[in-house]
Design a protein around this ligand. Structure first.
Ligand code: ATP
Ligand code: MG
Length: 446
């Protein structure tokens, strides 16, 4: 992609309501555009990054055997009346009527809809367990939408639902998801802490929030920093290993303010290991047994032919919130460096040129073609402006690697710079192999 052709409306004037750095950066680099309060359009740069995050979330769901499907955004009020949540959900739910006057709603979550699908199709324990997920827009009429994509009304969520015969089996599904979430956040370059949580309006008895540390987060957290020493690579998908993993994580103190108890915290965590800070919730998982299957009569035959309610859990990741959360975690001192796995481009070529001297621009075009042929997703900055402006701009766009073509370069050696590090002179073949090593993701088409 040539930067001159990319639709990336950089903004200098920031609206006063952009209070946190992710919201500011997303507006400054034209990743999003507000359409009305809490509702955003995703412009090419932002959308490309979100799609990469979505793809990692998807791959990690697929690895644990979850099956992708797609449910609609608009749901019938009927099923929500059956579960009893139509009234309970309150004003966060956007209620609408179709032309026949039927009550509909824009889905804030999908427990009812998936239970309805399940009860009409699965009758026997032989079809269990099942783990289904979709990645779809949700709408919640949040009372105070703020912080850009972090708390908005329309947002993109991955939600999974598990179906099992017994509590014991269901906990195995819960553990799989727990593991897959930690792997997902690790691939996104984020350190997420699983924290024991209240189950709130979704109900049930087992729940964890996955929280990344950030001063601008909305959750107050209390944790033992030894939780960061647990190495996910020591576990695998076997049942025993997953059980051990969850025990290892949950044995270390980590809670949000809902569950905080000062005495317990001080007893369990020595002063030097205490983390007291704010965090951003990027995922939330629940096991709630028959909270929906019971009122909605979702029954299956067990091994003895007896009807029993299916045991369910639900598991959400805020895909669009993750874009903002990744910025909060990585944007410092006017430099945003996207993690390689989700960077909008693998590298950017920055030639020094002007109207009278296009030599380096020509060279940059050659490098561009060569890298493209190697399947490297590269951006060419062909905009005529000063090098210092270019560097400032690329510090914000955040492509992690730069190839600088200017007076220091010769025929085959160029300045190669990783954001936040010093540049070094490298032979073009070495630049190519460094970039090829990155190969974190299957390439997406432009
Ligand atoms: P919160 O406490 O932040 O309101 P929640 O508990 O209501 O979150 P869930 O219903 O568990 O959220 O939704 C799953 C995930 O969806 C959350 O972990 C979060 O990442 C994301 N999410 C929830 N509400 C919003 C929102 N208003 N804007 C953006 N993302 C959201
Ligand atoms: Mg909420």
């Amino acid at each position: 992609m040539h930067l001159s052709k990319l639709f990336i409306p950089l903004t200098k004037d920031l609206p006063a309501e952009a209070k946190i750095k992710s919201h500011q950066l997303m507006l400054r680099t034209g990743m999003i555009k507000q359409s009305s309060a809490g509702i955003y359009s995703w412009l090419p740069l932002g959308y490309k990054i979100m799609k990469k995050i979505e793809q990692i979330v998807r791959e990690e769901q697929d690895i644990i055997g979850a099956q992708e499907m797609l449910m609609p955004t608009i749901q019938s009020a009927e099923i929500w009346k059956e579960s009893g949540r139509y009234n309970d959900y309150g004003e966060e739910m956007l209620r609408i009527k179709d032309r026949q006057g039927r009550e509909m709603l824009y889905g804030p979550t999908n427990e009812e809809l998936i239970t309805d699908i399940f009860r009409s199709s699965v009758k026997s324990y032989k079809s269990l367990p099942q783990l289904l997920y979709h990645i779809q827009w949700k709408f919640r009429d949040e009372i105070r939408p703020r912080f850009g994509v972090m708390r908005c009304k329309e947002f993109y969520m991955k939600d999974s639902y598990s179906f099992d015969l017994s509590d014991e089996e269901a906990k195995k599904s819960y553990n799989k998801i727990f593991y897959s979430y930690l792997k997902t956040f690790q691939r996104l370059g984020l350190k997420a802490i699983p924290m024991s949580a209240d189950t709130g309006p979704i109900g049930g008895d087992l729940s964890h929030e996955f929280i990344i540390l950030a001063e601008t987060g909305e959750s107050q957290i209390f944790a033992d920093k030894r939780i960061f020493e647990i190495n996910l690579n020591n576990y695998d998908l076997t049942e025993g290993s997953l059980k051990k993993m969850r025990e290892d994580f949950t044995n270390i103190y980590a809670v949000t303010d809902d569950k905080y108890n000062e005495k317990e915290f001080k007893e369990k965590v020595s002063k030097e290991n205490q983390i007291i800070t704010k965090g951003i919730e990027v995922g939330h998982i629940f096991y709630f047994g028959d909270k929906y299957s019971k009122p909605m009569n979702c029954l299956i035959d067990d091994k003895n032919g007896k009807k029993t309610t299916v045991k369910m859990g639900s598991y959400g990741i805020g895909v669009s919130r993750l874009v903002g959360a990744t910025i909060e975690a990585n944007y410092n001192n006017e430099v945003m460096k996207w993690p390689k796995s989700i960077a909008p481009f693998d590298a950017v070529i920055i030639p020094s040129f002007n109207k009278n001297n296009q030599e380096y621009l020509k060279k940059a075009h050659k490098i561009y073609e060569d890298l493209k042929n190697q399947n490297i997703d590269v951006l060419l900055d062909d905009v005529d402006e000063s090098m210092s402006n270019k560097f400032k701009k690329h510090d914000l766009i955040g492509v992690p690697y730069q190839i600088i073509v200017g007076s220091k370069s010769d025929n085959n050696n160029f300045e190669f710079k990783e954001l936040n590090s010093d540049s070094k002179m490298l032979n073009f073949e070495n630049i190519k192999s460094e970039l090829k090593k990155l190969n974190c993701l299957p390439k997406q088409k432009d």
